[in-house]
Design a protein around this ligand. Structure first.
Ligand code: ADP
Length: 163
C-alpha cells in the first residue's frame, strides 16, 4: 500500500492546501495530512483545532486521514510506513527551503522520497498568513479558505482582534 504524508502548519487550511490534498490523494492509496506541532509558534488556532478544521474539509475524501505530531517528520514517516512526503510549491521562493528539507529528510530516512506538486495558478498567491492578514481587515474569505470553515476563521479573527 502506498502511503504519503502531507505535512504543514495549516493555521488554517486554505483552498490551496485543499487542492494539493485532493491531487495528492489521487496518487496514493492513503494520504496522511499531518499538522506538525511546533511549540514555538503561537497560531490563530490550536493544533487540535487545525486538525478538526482539516477533518471537516476532507471528510468526503475516503483515503485521507488527518493527524498531528510533535515528531521529526522523517521519524513520523517511519512510524506510519510512509514512503513519500508531499509538498506544494507556489513560487521559486518556496523551492530553496523545500529542497533543503527534502535532502535532510532523505538523509534521516533514506527510503523517504519527496514529491512536489505545483500550486494551481489561482492559488499561487495564497498562504495561511495572507489569509489571516486579510481576515484582520475584514476581507471576506470565500476565495481563500474552504466554504465549510469561512465563518469560523472570520469569527476567530474577530475574537483575536477584540482582545
Ligand atoms: P502556509 O505557507 O500557507 O502557512 P503551511 O506551512 O501549512 O502553509 O504549508 C504546508 C504545505 O502546503 C507546504 O508544502 C506549502 O508549500 C504548501 N502550500 C501552502 N499554500 C499553498 C498553495 N496555495 N498552493 C499549493 N501549496 C501550498
Amino acid at each position: 500500500m502506498s502511503v504519503a504524508i502531507y505535512p504543514g502548519s495549516f493555521d488554517p487550511v486554505t483552498k490551496g492546501h485543499l487542492d494539493i490534498i485532493k491531487r495528492a490523494a489521487a496518487q496514493f492509496d492513503r494520504l496522511i495530512v499531518c499538522v506538525m506541532v511546533n511549540s514555538e509558534k503561537h497560531g490563530l488556532f490550536s493544533h487540535q483545532e487545525r486538525v478538526e478544521l482539516l477533518r471537516r474539509v476532507t471528510r468526503d475524501l475516503d483515503n485521507v486521514e488527518v493527524d498531528a505530531s510533535p515528531m521529526l517528520l522523517a521519524e513520523y514517516a517511519r512510524t506510519r510506513n510512509a514512503s513519500c512526503v508531499v509538498k506544494g510549491l507556489r513560487a521559486l521562493s518556496d523551492f530553496e527551503k523545500e529542497f533543503q528539507m527534502a535532502m535532510i529528510n532523505r538523509k534521516l530516512n533514506p527510503g523517504l522520497e519527496t514529491m512536489f506538486l505545483s500550486a494551481r495558478q489561482n492559488y499561487t498567491y495564497l498562504s495561511s498568513s495572507i489569509t489571516k492578514e486579510l481576515a484582520s481587515f475584514h476581507v471576506p474569505l470565500n476565495d481563500f479558505v474552504p466554504d465549510e470553515i469561512v465563518d469560523e476563521v472570520q469569527r476567530r479573527m474577530e475574537q483575536e482582534l477584540g482582545r
